[in-house]
Design a protein around this ligand. Structure first.
Ligand SMILES: Nc1nc2c(c(=O)[nH]1)N[C@H]1C(S)=C(S)[C@@H](COP(=O)(O)O)O[C@H]1N2
Ligand SMILES: [Mo]
Length: 497
């Protein structure tokens, strides 16, 4: 554990419990995922990781017994030095454990806390397995021998022998305690960086939403317990696969690519009607199309593009759609470098797709002739165009009869723009056209208002719905979040007095 922790902090290699967690998450379906999420809530990340850590200690212990069985040292042992057989078994264990890690987590190892590119991250993680398990093997071999009852050497008094034996056992116990302390310290250091902000909603005071969400008020969702913290000297953007010419960029080189800015709204698939897991920023970067042109374009067989992130997250989409949506690879968010939790140094924006398909901490763009799996697509989450949504932000509570009240909110239809918003005060029986106010881009939410003058006192159910730029009307059919993303209207009850 100490080796694993030190390697995480020094080299940025992921720990075995994290890799195990990533592996499991890709091999369960959405239903199981949600059940586990609820079962371990509110510590849905740390509890399972803690359990995985305990399981790791358990496996280490069981392998220790296997080791003892295989080396079969005849007791009392002769001397404190392990023999050939012990070294051999320890080496075998080390190699078998490393091989298991490398093969089992083959799909998870390409991640790195400090943002190493895919190949280097893979090599670093695989070497980390070797080092972790070599330390385990050597410790097992040496300490086991120290613990064994020893034969008395020639002209050694029995009292001296016993004292020596007791001393070595105390020594091993002390080393165990020091390691446990070290591991606890490292664990605390790890949890210091815990991404507690996961699931934080876009700021709103229940009232008016601001058109451009400030960076520190933008909602955040992350798969990670600890988010990556890329080191700009190590990080690279790679473009490869079925392009005419592959290439690699440093952060400086990326920033010299031709860039554009656009307001783009991000919405998490878990954002229900009226939800605030949605925010808008002006993103600046190179369009996917331009980047591809820099590399001579796609080879004719290319059908998909896969985006790889330094946290091991992967998103794969049809090439045609990524081009049509005019995807952006951004390194600036609202005029400053992309903040760490939003994907520093570079993230992808795919207008019209849910947040899960907008990878943060990008490191590789690869053109392929097939769909490449990823965390959420493997679980079976919907990965098509996002559903239209509209929200009533105000008023709330009660209003006075006979007075004019402004009703307002937002509407968002992915990359298909918003051409109309309607409001109903009778739970959807009759509709009134709202006025569209602020419109930022076809890929962002629009703001709308409508003047209401309720005459009679009573309870009113206000509802809104939108129509997108191609004439499709938002559906009122209620559908839950899992696994396709929710649909249905946002409703607000107002008391007119
Ligand atoms: N590399 C990476 N990209 C990621 C995620 C992640 O965990 N890792 N989470 C996704 C999800 S589910 C959402 S909703 C958006 C959230 O982006 P934001 O935190 O910048 O608002 O990022 C997406 N991109
Ligand atoms: Mo999300």
């Amino acid at each position: 554990m100490v080796t694993m922790g030190v390697l995480f902090f020094v080299v940025g290699t992921p720990t075995s419990p994290e890799l195990f967690g990533d592996y499991v998450l890709k091999h369960i379906d959405v239903g199981t995922f949600i059940r586990l999420l609820i079962m371990f809530s509110p510590n849905s990340k740390t509890t399972p990781l803690g359990l995985a850590l305990l399981a790791m200690i358990g496996i280490g212990t069981v392998l220790g017994l296997v080791y003892a069985f295989l080396v079969r040292v005849r007791l009392p042992a002769q001397g404190a030095r392990p023999g050939h057989r012990e070294w051999g078994v320890a080496l075998l264990l080390t190699l078998l454990m490393t091989l298991t890690g490398v093969l089992l987590f083959n799909d998870e190892v390409r991640q790195n806390h400090y943002g190493l590119p895919v190949l280097w991250a893979t090599i670093a993680t695989d070497l980390a397995f070797l080092l972790d398990f070599a330390v385990y093997g050597v410790a097992l071999c040496l300490l086991y021998r120290l613990l064994l009852p020893k034969q008395a050497t020639e002209n050694e008094e029995e009292g001296v022998r016993r004292r020596r034996q007791a001393l070595s056992r105390v020594g091993v116990a002390a080393l165990g305690l020091v390691s446990a302390g070290g591991a606890a310290g490292l664990l605390r250091g790890y949890l210091n960086e815990y991404a507690a902000y996961d699931g934080v909603k876009t700021v709103s005071n229940g009232e008016k939403t601001v058109p451009i969400t400030p960076n520190d008020g933008h909602y955040v969702v992350t798969q990670n317990t600890v988010d990556p913290n890329p080191n700009i000297n190590l990080w690279r953007l790679e473009v490869n696969g079925l392009v005419k010419r592959g290439g690699t960029y440093t952060y400086d080189e990326v920033q010299r690519l031709p860039s554009t800015s656009r307001a783009i709204t991000l919405e998490c698939i878990a954002n229900g009607p009226g939800g605030h897991l949605m925010g808008t920023a002006v993103w600046q970067g190179v369009t996917f199309k331009t980047l591809l042109e820099q590399h001579g374009g796609a080879q004719p067989e290319a059908t998909h593009v896969a985006f790889y992130s330094v946290d091991g997250y992967t998103v794969s989409l049809p090439l045609k759609e990524v081009l049509e949506a005019d995807a952006l690879l951004a390194w600036r968010m609202n005029g400053v470098e992309v903040p760490q939790k939003h994907g520093y140094p570079m993230r992808v924006l795919i207008p019209g797709r849910y947040g899960e398909e907008n990878p943060k901490w990008l490191t590789r763009v690869e053109l392929t002739n097939h769909f490449v799996g990823g965390l959420y697509s493997d679980q079976g989450w919907y990965n098509g165009p996002l559903h239209m949504t509209s929200r009533i932000d105000y008023p709330r509570g009660s209003v006075a009869a006979g007075a004019s009240v402004e009703v307002g909110g937002i509407a968002y239809g992915g990359d298909k723009d918003v051409q109309r918003v309607e409001v109903s005060v009778d739970d959807g029986q009759t509709w009134n056209d709202a006025t569209l106010t602020t419109r930022l881009s076809k890929d962002a939410w629009v703001f709308w208002t409508w003047q209401w003058r309720p005459q009679r006192a009573g309870r009113y159910t206000l509802v809104c719905r939108m129509t997108n730029g191609v004439g499709e009307v938002q559906t009122g059919k209620i559908q839950g979040t899992v696994p396709k993303g929710s649909t249905g209207y946002h409703k607000v009850t107002i008391e007119v007095k």
